[in-house]
Design a protein around this ligand. Structure first.
Ligand SMILES: Nc1ncnc2c1ncn2[C@@H]1O[C@H](COP(=O)(O)OP(=O)(O)O)[C@@H](O)[C@H]1O
Ligand SMILES: [Mg+2]
Length: 327
């Protein structure tokens, strides 16, 4: 499979997650210890298999591409294979592709090629066993970089064969620095409240950040808090707090109307809004014990929605709980 990654392009139609993909170690924000350790492997021109775990949009793929560029220089494309475990219709396809790729020696002075296997936690335990054998068979000619959201879903025999790195969601300071870099490069007009909204909306996921920012920019207007939340399919946290507070103050009908209005304004589904309600509970001015009870209710209502229950009825029932619990 041809790798589609790492094509840094400067034309205006480029998607920003590719245009702003880190090109070197110093471009990778956050993840300081990880970058330091990985850099040491590269300087030694030797590395073990690596396991990158952590949430989406935190730099797992990007760091792998930097590793390939640093190790192989301009030859990197012929020495780097990217596969997606969940795309490739099972481990057999992965095995065949690995075999073809691993048959020839690496070009240049590094004695191995790199195989980046994304979403390994989508593989069954049996498939992971097969992957482990494949890793062993090709250790002489290949290093694997495995990526997964959760290390707990990766079998022990694989974990113990890899150096493991846990990627964290980017913190506010790093998110801000990315927003500022892109805003300058693209000449965006963006105010402070819109930056805060982006931080809130992306939850430390840079891919989501860059996608929301690019959709905002495409409209060609100044970027505001309203625009960010509406393109992120989120209500303003303030508005959510407002209807929750009404419910807590025993103004149930007003709370319900405000909630419906908010959902219609931003085009939110029941599941969208319930995630935001859950977050806002912590800010309410009620006892912690009551907050905990309400979080529990949120989880129950969310489950019912996923199972197909009527969203509005469920949300009303949830709001009613805010009134009951706060009495
Ligand atoms: N740590 C980071 N520093 C800078 N940009 C990042 C970082 N993590 C992600 N990004 C941005 O988000 C995009 C997607 O990141 P990616 O490395 O594919 O995430 P992951 O593989 O962890 O899901 C990158 O192209 C880059 O623009
Ligand atoms: Mg990735």
């Amino acid at each position: 499979m041809e790798t589609k990654l790492g094509n840094q392009s400067n034309d205006d139609t480029a998607i920003w997650i590719e245009k702003y993909r880190p090109q070197s170690f110093s471009d990778i924000r956050g993840q300081k210890d990880i970058v330091k350790r990985v850099k040491a492997f590269i300087e030694a021109k030797n590395m073990p298999h690596l396991l990158f775990t952590g949430p989406a949009g935190t730099g797992k793929t990007s760091l792998s591409l930097v590793v390939a560029r640093k190790l192989f220089g301009s030859n990197w494309r012929s020495n780097f294979l990217e596969l997606n475990a969940s795309d490739e219709r099972g481990i057999d396809v992965v095995r065949v592709k690995v075999k073809d790729f691993a048959r020839t020696r690496a070009l240049g002075d590094v004695p191995f090629k790199i195989i980046y296997l994304d979403e390994c936690d989508a593989l069954t335990k049996e498939a992971q066993q097969a992957l482990r054998r494949t890793m062993e068979n090709y250790t002489k000619t290949c290093r694997f970089i495995l990526s997964a959201n959760y290390s707990s879903k990766i079998i022990d025999p694989i974990q113990s064969r890899c150096a493991m790195f846990k990627f964290k969601p980017l913190d506010q300071k790093d998110i801000i620095s990315i927003i500022e870099k892109i805003s300058t490069d693209e000449g965006l007009k963006i105010d402070e409240s819109a930056k805060k909204a982006l931080i809130e909306a992306c939850g430390g996921d840079c891919r989501r950040l860059e996608n929301i920012l690019q959709s905002c920019a495409a409209l060609g207007e100044a970027i505001t808090e309203e625009l960010v939340f509406s393109l992120a399919s989120m209500a303003k946290p303030k508005e959510v707090a407002e209807f929750l507070n009404l419910a807590v103050e025993n103004k149930f009908i007003e709370a319900k109307n405000k909630m419906l209005e908010t959902m219609l304004n931003y085009g939110l589904s029941g599941l969208d809004i319930i995630r935001q309600i859950e977050r806002e509970i912590w800010q309410l001015n009620i006892e912690s014990r009551k907050k905990v009870a309400l979080i529990d209710k949120c989880a129950e209502i969310e489950f019912r929605m996923v199972e197909g229950a009527d969203e509005f009825l469920q949300l009303e029932a949830l709001l009613a709980q805010f009134t009951v619990v706060s009495r």
